[in-house]
Design a binder for this molecule. Structure first.
Ligand code: ACO
Length: 343
C-alpha cells in the first residue's frame, strides 16, 4: 500500500516515551547465558536494554508515555476520539491494552483497539490514524507504540535474548496548520512470517512446553536490509522527494548493522540518522517513537524538518512514512483558542 497525503494536513502535536527502570547490560546477560559484551556490541551495537519486572505489564509502561503526549498536545480527555495501541504484547488479548488505557486516562469518547504488525506496529498505526483523521472520522487520535518482548523470550536462547528490550512511545495526531504527513508505504509478506514467529501464542495448536519467540536471524537480517531501503525509497518517490531532502532519518532500532547498511544504501549521512539501539535494544513497536523523542532531545526535530521513518518486523511486515515536523494544531488547543493564537 502506498499513497501521498491529500487535503487537510495531519501532523503530530504531542510526543512521549517511557521505559522500565530496570537496566540489563550485556555483562548482566553474560552471567545468564553463554555470550559476551564484545559479541553483542560487535554483532548488534547494543550495550544495554530495559526489562519489565514480573509485575509490569504493557499498559504500566505505556501509560506514562501516553500522558506525556496528551499533555504536550494540550488535549482534554474528552477530545480524544480514537486510541490505537500498536503492540504484540498487550496485557492480555482482551480486554485490549488500548481499551484499558483509554479507561485509565478517562478518554470516555474514544474508540480503542490494539493493532498487531510486529515491530512495524507503530508505522501501521500512524498510517491508520492518518486515514481516520484525514477522512474526518477522528478529530484527535492517540497512537501508542509499545512492547514488552522480554516476556515472550526463552531466556536460555542466546540468539534472541540479546536483541530485545521493553519500551513505549506515544503521539497525538490531529489536523495541523502546515506540514504534517506527506505519504506512507506499508507492506506484508506472510510467506516469510515463519522466520520470526511466536508459536503457541494464539489459537493454532502448539506441541511444545512453553511458547517463546523464534527467529531465523540470518533470514530476518536479509529481509530487513532489503525492505529498509526499498520502503524508504518508495515513499520518497511517491512524495516527489529525494534522500537529500531528508533532515532526520528515524529507522527501526533492531540492530546497528542493519541501520548502517540502510544508511549506506540510501546515501544519507550518519549525522542525520537517529540511533539509540545501543541504550534500548529492539523495543519493537516502541522503537520509532522512542527514537523520535531522542531526535527531539538532540534538537533534530526543528520546525519544518523532513523526517523519514521506516520500520520492519514480524509478519513479515514493513512500513515507511514521510513527515514534515511541526505545524500548529489547526483546531486550536484544549481551551479552544484558534491555531494562530496557540503558542
Ligand atoms: N553470543 C555469542 N555467540 C552467539 C550469540 C550470542 N548471543 N548468538 C549466536 N551466537 C553464535 C552462533 O551460535 C554462531 O556460532 P557458530 O559460528 O559457532 O555457529 C555465531 O555466533 C554466528 O551466529 P550468526 O547467527 O551467524 O550471527 P550473525 O552475525 O548473523 O548475527 C543476529 C546474529 C545478530 C541475530 C543477526 O542475524 C540479526 O541481527 N538478525 C536480525 C534480527 C532482527 O533484527 N530481528 C528483529 C526483527 S523486528 C521484530 O519484529 C521483532
Amino acid at each position: 500500500m502506498i499513497g501521498s497525503a491529500t487535503g487537510v494536513a495531519i501532523g503530530i502535536t504531542g510526543l512521549g516515551s517511557n521505559v522500565p527502570e530496570t537496566v540489563m547490560t550485556n555483562d548482566d546477560l553474560a552471567r545468564l547465558i553463554d555470550t559476551s559484551d564484545e559479541w553483542i556490541r560487535e554483532r548488534t551495537g547494543i550495550r544495554e536494554r530495559r526489562i519489565a519486572t514480573r509485575d509490569e505489564a504493557l499498559s504500566d509502561i505505556a501509560l506514562p508515555a501516553a500522558r506525556q503526549a496528551l499533555a504536550e498536545a494540550g488535549a482534554q480527555p474528552s477530545e480524544i476520539d480514537l486510541v490505537i495501541c500498536a503492540t504484540v504484547t498487550p496485557d492480555m488479548l482482551f480486554p485490549t491494552a488500548a481499551a484499558l488505557m483509554a479507561d485509565t486516562l478517562e478518554l470516555r469518547n474514544a474508540a480503542a483497539y490494539d493493532l498487531a504488525a510486529g515491530c512495524t506496529g507503530f508505522m501501521y498505526a500512524i498510517t491508520q490514524a492518518y486515514g481516520m483523521l484525514a477522512s474526518g472520522l477522528s478529530k484527535k487520535t492517540l497512537v501508542i507504540g509499545a512492547d514488552v518482548l522480554s516476556k515472550t523470550l526463552d531466556w536460555e536462547d542466546r540468539s534472541t535474548v540479546v536483541l530485545f528490550g521493553d519500551g513505549a512511545g506515544a503521539v497525538v495526531m490531529e489536523p495541523v496548520s502546515t506540514g504534517g504527513f506527506l505519504g506512507f508505504e506499508l507492506g506484508a509478506d506472510g510467506g516469510g512470517g515463519v522466520h520470526l514467529s511466536y508459536p503457541g501464542s494464539g489459537s493454532r495448536y502448539f506441541d511444545g512446553s512453553k511458547p517463546s519467540l523464534e527467529m531465523n536471524g540470518r533470514e530476518v537480517f536479509k529481509f530487513a536490509t532489503r525492505v529498509m531501503v526499498s520502503s524508504a525509497t518508495a515513499v520518497l518517490e511517491q512524495c516527489g522527494k529525494t534522500i537529500a531532502d531528508v533532515d532526520c532519518y528515524v529507522p527501526h532500532q533492531a540492530n546497528k548493522r542493519i541501520i548502517d547498511y540502510a544508511v549506506e544504501k540510501l546515501g544519507i549521512s550518519p549525522e542525520r540518522t537517529v540511533v539509540n539501539v545501543d541504550r534500548f535494544g529492539n523495543t519493537s513497536s516502541g522503537s520509532i517513537p522512542l527514537a523520535l523523542v531522542d531526535a527531539r532531545a538532540e534538537g533534530r526535530l526543528t520546525e519544518g524538518a523532513l523526517v523519514l521513518m521506516t520500520g520492519m518486523g514480524a509478519g513479515l511486515t514493513w512500513g515507511s512514512a514521510l513527515l514534515q515536523w511541526g505545524g500548529k494544531a489547526q483546531l486550536g488547543n484544549a481551551i479552544g483558542l484558534p491555531a494562530a493564537v496557540v503558542a
